[in-house]
Design a protein around this ligand. Structure first.
Ligand code: FES
Length: 130
């Protein structure tokens, strides 16, 4: 493992995330109050791209089923959430039943912590150890 240049600090303002791919590994960079962290950009539940989710402080929320992870450690802090869609009650019952069945199956998929990656910043450049 060695540090590989991943991005410019200018491309990662405070409170934002950025997807990068290094040696085939998809990584989410996150700037938490000026400190850059790196974790896998694949949700520990069903692989959604976490960098397309929401960053609130040090917590990433997955855009797909809303599991949450601490970006400073990669640890899961809460599991997936079953969502109900607006207007669901006006859809055909078969459709509602199918979505309910998918939700039930999805809720049994174990959610794993994210692998974290060491980060160092030198000047304007962000390096990630992979
Ligand atoms: S894919 Fe992230 S919570 Fe399901």
């Amino acid at each position: 493992m060695s540090f590989i240049e991943a991005a410019s600090v200018d491309d990662l303002p405070v409170g934002t995330m950025k997807h990068v791919e290094i040696r085939g590994i998809e990584i989410a960079l996150a700037n938490v109050n000026g400190t850059v962290y790196a974790v896998s950009d694949r949700c520990g539940h069903q692989n959604a791209s976490l960098s397309k989710g929401k960053l609130d402080g040090k917590i990433i929320t997955c855009p797909l089923h809303h599991a949450q992870f601490d970006v400073t450690t990669g640890k899961m802090v809460s599991g997936m959430v079953e969502l109900s869609l607006p207007g669901m009650d006006r859809t055909p019952k078969k459709f509602q039943d199918a979505l309910k069945a998918i939700g039930e199956l999805t809720s049994h998929i174990k959610t794993h912590d994210l692998p974290p990656f060491p980060v160092k910043v030198a000047g304007n450049r962000i390096f990630v150890k992979v």
